[in-house]
Design a protein around this ligand. Structure first.
Ligand code: NAD
Ligand code: ZN
Length: 364
């Protein structure tokens, strides 16, 4: 058999702690990783900038610093650059580590900051695949909402000057993740649904895709099953139990796409995000609602879940687009070639024309 690099050798999170209240172990986990008195920098969703929130439970030692960041908009390369510049000018040494506490937006921001502290230039220079040359500093992800799989992935998605694209690298993956289902308390119902559906859609797109393999299938099927338990089945699970299952669904969904790919919903949702600023979770839901031709079973189940939880999926968001905006949206969607190839096969360009994409957007 010839030796080649046909199969990707991708990294996984080397350490994870799971369980109700596991957040309380954070200090003892970090103590083992502190470099003398070099600070830990905590990047925390500003929704927790209030008394009684988990931010109160973060133990700051020496020069440790807590920075609140907004997740109203998805993270930007410019935002990463400013954070890195401020950290480098405030401290005379590299931090002991970066800890991101929040959803996909904040975890991606933390990943990007940890990478850019050891790599020169702007985060925008590294949007793409394997452009990072130097190992990041130690970084920890702590999700407070579940579904994106950002806690396990080797990417951090950023909006840059010319594109929305992740910094995909072997160094992007967290060194440590803390999964505490109690941290999910307080998420609004709509957001719980939108972000959770990101996971459901990861599973459908992975399991229905042409890139499917045993590795992706085993994780994807488990995550799919967990999503049904959380969002569809009538069972006696408590909210706490459902949150634990959702955390594991997110993890497995992320693992599933690591070795396969997402598909039509994600390609089109990226177009919405780039032109209209539509956030990832809700954007995926807006698109998926109209994809029965591509994912009939998945979309039928999705619609049942929408109905069961009485979720509002915005409609008509593309009805007032200018021609230029529509053209850009189509360009962004169609530029994501691996996603279309996974969804429709090698000949996808013959199947998915600009006119078809336009017609789908106009329905949304
Ligand atoms: P998010 O981080 O954007 O947060 C959504 C909302 O939930 C925010 O308003 C936030 O303040 C709120 N929130 C979070 N935790 C809460 C809590 N415990 N209580 C109350 N409110 C809470 O949401 P998301 O859907 O997790 O992340 C979306 C982002 O993830 C996008 O930027 C997307 O590009 C990125 N993403 C990354 C990957 C990856 O592999 N890196 C994969 C998919 C998506
Ligand atoms: Zn996604």
């Amino acid at each position: 058999m010839s030796v080649n690099n046909e199969y990707r050798n991708f990294p996984m999170v080397p350490r994870v702690v799971f369980g109700k209240g596991s957040f309380n172990q954070l200090t003892s986990i970090l103590d083992l990783k502190r470099k003398k008195q070099a600070p830990f920098i905590f990047i925390v969703d500003d929704i927790f900038d209030q008394p009684g929130s988990i931010a109160d439970r973060i133990e700051l030692k020496y020069n440790d610093k807590l920075i609140y960041a907004s997740s109203k908009e998805e993270p930007k390369t410019t935002q990463v650059d400013v954070l890195v510049k401020n950290i480098l000018s405030e401290f005379s040494e590299l931090p002991s580590g970066i800890i991101g506490i929040g959803g996909g937006s904040i975890m991606d921001l933390a990943k990007a900051v940890s990478l850019m502290l050891t790599n020169e230039g702007s985060a925008a220079d590294y949007q793409g695949w394997d452009l990072i040359k130097t190992k990041s500093i130690y970084h920890v992800g702590i999700p407070t909402i579940s579904g994106t799989g950002a806690e396990v992935s080797r990417t951090c998605v950023l909006s840059g000057p010319v594109r929305k694209l992740g910094i995909n690298s072997d160094y992007t993956t967290f060194d440590q993740v803390v999964l505490d289902p109690l941290l999910l308390d307080g998420v609004s119902k709509n957001q719980w649904f939108y972000t959770g559906m990101d996971c459901f859609i990861h599973c459908v797109e992975s399991l229905e895709g042409t890139f499917l393999n045993d590795f992706s299938q085993s994780y994807g099927e488990k995550a799919y099953e967990l999503c049904l338990e959380v969002y569809l089945e009538d069972n006696n699970l408590t909210v706490e139990e459902k949150n634990g299952k959702l955390m594991m669904a997110s993890w497995h969904g992320g693992m599933s796409i690591a070795y396969s790919q997402v598909g039509v919903a994600h390609a089109m949702s990226y177009g919405l995000g780039f032109v209209l600023g539509t956030k990832h979770g809700i954007g995926n839901c807006i698109v998926f609602n109209y994809l029965e031709d591509y994912y009939p079973e998945g979309v039928a189940i999705f619609k049942k879940m929408v109905k069961k939880h009485q979720i509002d999926i915005p409609k008509g968001i593309c009805s007032n687009l200018s021609d230029e905006q529509m053209e850009t949206m189509i360009n962004v969607a169609l530029s994501l070639e691996p996603l279309w190839e996974n969804a429709l096969g090698k000949d996808w360009k013959k199947i998915m024309t600009r006119e078809k994409v336009r017609a789908m957007y106009l329905k949304m």
